[in-house]
Design a protein around this ligand. Structure first.
Ligand SMILES: [Zn+2]
Length: 348
């Protein structure tokens, strides 16, 4: 009873005025999902972001999510479904108490990939990239994302994307992000040592041989310590190398690194902080408690329009399940306090 009563005051204390939870969710520990997507493409007719947003907000009500950050996934040039913040802005403007947005997935990734393909950054491209990143910062986005460094293709229209983590344009983005106090959401499969791609993934388009990217990530992190880098999808490992030990080492070495947690059975069955029917993995549980100031929940679920033929979301409750398995104070830090620190614009 006491905690329920504190709910309102607790939220107000965090500057989250008016973000009351529906009665049904008041016994649930509140959290902010910092990484989700709206899939507006319909079987017939025009894209329906509003319908997809309604689906997201329904799930939030059931799961006790106070707020959700939706972002464009990383798109290559000329992808038929490509979009960026403009498509999401009307939704966030209509539901400011529930939804916030990031920008860059559809705008910045294509330029990054063009630079990689060209093998250089022309002055024109650098200027276009700078203008795009600056114009995004002037809009009501809470961060840059989703930015792909190593993104495996998991099916049709799902691209393989690869950019060196210390690419000059990513270093530039770090400086622009720091200037505007915005974090960067990064999608990168962890590759600490050379390895063969797991046979469950198609090659091509994915590379048959995986080359290390952790050192380049460390150079990106060290480039500007004022830039908060949010490495998405810990717990959803497709190389078998994103271990608790690697995560612990990187968090110790890089104070500006944050990690968002995602879980789902569609990754390799390794390095998961929580396994249904088993519970918390002891090594991850210790790390989440030791470093509870650096983890966030980012379920990466896709919410779809009513007439979509996609069967999404697949695991909307994954964040909820993990938070409920943790001590209350740790769950509050990971669920609420860290998102507000990593995304200061969430308060405004
Ligand atoms: Zn994503």
């Amino acid at each position: 009873m006491r905690r329920r009563l504190l709910g309102g005051a607790f939220l107000a204390g965090l500057g989250l005025i008016g973000l009351a939870q529906p009665l049904s969710a008041q016994s649930l520990r509140p959290y902010i999902d910092v990484h989700a997507h709206l899939f507006a493409v319909q079987a017939r007719g025009i894209d329906d972001y509003s319908g997809a947003a309604q689906a997201a907000m329904r799930a939030m009500g059931e799961l006790g999510a106070l707020k959700m950050i939706v972002l464009p996934p990383p798109f290559p040039p000329d992808h038929p479904n490509s979009y960026d913040f403009e498509a999401l802005l009307p939704i966030a403007t209509r539901h400011p108490d529930k939804l916030a947005i990031m920008g860059g997935g559809g705008l910045l990734n294509p330029m990054l990939l063009d630079a990689v393909r060209a093998g250089q950054v022309s002055p024109t491209l650098r200027q276009r990239f700078t203008l795009a990143a600056e114009s995004l910062a002037a809009r009501p986005i809470v961060g840059y994302g989703e930015i792909a460094v190593e993104h495996f293709s998991l099916g049709n229209l799902h691209p393989h994307l690869s950019v060196p983590a210390d690419h000059p344009l990513l270093l530039l983005l770090c400086d622009i992000a720091a200037k505007h106090n915005l974090p960067i959401d990064l999608h990168m499969e962890a590759i600490e040592r050379p390895a063969d791609l797991d046979s469950r993934y198609r090659s091509p388009p994915n590379p048959a041989r995986l080359m290390p990217n952790i050192e380049a990530l460390e150079r990106l992190l060290a480039h500007n310590r004022a830039t908060r880098i949010l490495w998405a999808h810990a717990g959803w490992d497709n190389t078998g190398q994103r271990t608790a030990a690697l995560t612990r080492r990187l968090l110790a070495a890089h104070p500006n690194l944050y990690i968002s947690l995602k879980m789902g059975p569609d990754s390799l069955a390794v390095n998961r902080p929580f396994e249904r029917g088993i519970g918390l993995d002891p090594e991850w549980a210790t790390l989440l408690i030791d470093r509870s100031d650096r983890f966030l929940i980012g379920t990466d679920q896709f919410y779809v329009a009513p007439n979509s033929n996609r069967r999404f979301p697949q695991h909307p409750g994954s964040g909820r399940t993990l938070l409920d398995a943790l001590p209350e104070d740790i769950a509050r830090r990971i669920g609420i306090e860290n998102p507000l620190r990593v995304f200061p614009r969430l308060r405004s």
